[in-house]
Design a protein around this ligand. Structure first.
Ligand code: DHB
Length: 422
């Protein structure tokens, strides 16, 4: 099999890249380990930055997002029994965020790709990458694969033979646990890691939204977040021990914890409903440098992970593939590789800034139970400052709605100030 760009991973990064390349007349094949149904039904994060929503719209896949997604112009920071609104739109010259599930974005992209005759091979596992330093890199893969989550292993149905996909370029959009990152040799790869001493307990609830805007709360007992997915489904999270098990949390105990952490002096009440999914995720910051080697490029979670606070994960993946699509376009239309050569450097500037923001939001809003009261009091002071200083709340707002997708060396600040030229 031969294609121009071979993409490992059909999540938001891989599928959007394939879509952006198609619009530029560049052919690609996407290999995705999971089945289409599994990707489309797994609920993931749900906040789209202004620039992410705009890119989906500009490239013809934003119609359902505009119809079914919710526009949010602010968030609430809740601490000391009171809520404080951050007017994101007012503070950023009119920019906003969209609450629209990641799996809905991927569904829209699959529809667009498959309608255009695009090739997405589901249940295909990349087994090896070869010849990455030549002009014909290869992805070896096997079909009929599935992920045995309990054993943490990939298994195959029947006697699927290994196949080879020969490409001009290979892109690893295969997530944190995918095989592509390891193809960058150890002696050129640096991995920066920070693990947080807590996780998020997430629930999906049937019922109407509990609030019009997302609430990020810090309480002595820990962090809580009230988010939404649709008029019928709500998403809530609370800080927990990452080693805890959902089996230790019957529904009533969950509601009790959320009620305590979200309580206000004015008696705000939490809308409760049937909980139909529970999960626990650990939290880490991770950055791989560089994000490219030879003719291999990494994008999204394969290259970097942020803790979820602030919802930057998918937005970073979108920014990566936007840069990459432009670089590949330059190569195919002119033969030049300037943009591709600087891919990693371009992306990492934004990745480090979003990592800083996610680390900062996480550090400000979670309880570090093993540390003394001094730290907690500083966090409360920081929240007080952020919600009472225009300068500080503007800083939060411009990061939350999203820093420019491709920062220019000059004019960066003035472009942000007017909310224009991105
Ligand atoms: C959601 C996730 C986040 O990490 C966040 O900061 C806000 C919302 C969500 O899944 O809805």
């Amino acid at each position: 099999m031969r294609t121009q760009v071979g993409i490992v991973g059909g999540g938001p990064a891989g599928t959007l890249l394939s879509h952006l390349l198609h619009l530029r007349g560049i052919e690609s094949v996407v290999l995705e380990l999971r089945s289409r149904e599994e990707v489309e039904t797994t609920v993931r994060a749900g906040v789209l930055e202004d620039g992410t929503a705009e890119l989906l719209r500009e490239t013809g896949v934003g119609e359902r997002m505009d119809r079914e997604g919710a526009v949010h112009e602010g968030i609430e920071l809740r601490f000391g029994g009171r809520g404080h609104r951050i007017d994101m739109t007012g503070l950023t010259g009119g920019r906003k965020i969209f609450v629209y599930g990641q799996q809905e974005v991927v569904k829209d992209l699959y529809n667009a790709r498959l309608e255009a005759g695009g090739q997405i091979v589901f249940q295909a596992a990349a087994t090896d990458l070869a010849d990455l330093e030549t002009s014909t890199p290869k992805i070896r893969f096997r079909r009929n694969a599935w992920l045995d989550v309990d054993a943490g292993a990939i298994r195959f149905r029947g006697d699927a033979e290994e196949e080879e996909l020969t490409c001009d370029y290979v892109v690893g959009c295969d997530g944190f646990f995918g095989p592509c990152r390891a193809a960058i040799p150890d002696n050129v790869r640096t991995e920066h890691v920070r693990t947080y001493p807590f996780g998020w307990f997430g629930i999906l609830v049937e019922g109407p939204p509990a609030t019009e805007e997302l609430i990020y709360a810090l309480h002595e007992r820990g962090f809580a977040l009230v988010s939404t997915r649709s008029p019928e489904i709500q998403r809530l999270y609370f800080q927990c021990d990452p080693e805890d098990s959902v089996d230790n949390w019957p529904d009533e105990k969950i509601w009790e914890e959320l009620r305590a952490r979200l309580a206000t002096e004015d008696g705000w009440t939490l809308e409760e409903g049937r909980i139909f999914q529970k999960n626990i995720v650990g939290m880490r910051s991770f950055i791989c440098e560089p994000m490219q080697h030879g003719r291999l490029f990494l994008a999204g979670d394969a290259a970097h992970i942020v803790p979820p606070t602030g919802a930057k994960g998918m937005n970073l993946a979108v920014a990566d593939v936007r840069v990459l699509a432009r670089g590949l376009d330059e190569f195919y239309s002119t033969g030049r590789t300037g943009l591709l050569d600087s891919y990693s450097q371009t992306c990492l500037r934004r990745v480090w800034k979003a990592s800083r923001f996610s680390w900062w939001m996480t550090s400000m809003l979670h309880r570090f139970h093993h540390e003394d009261d001094f730290r907690y009091r500083l966090q409360l002071a920081e929240l007080d400052y952020v919600t009472s200083s225009r300068a500080a709340s503007t800083s939060l707002a411009e990061n939350y709605v999203g820093l420019p997708m491709e920062p220019q060396e000059e004019g960066e600040l003035s472009a942000q100030r007017t909310g224009g030229a991105r």
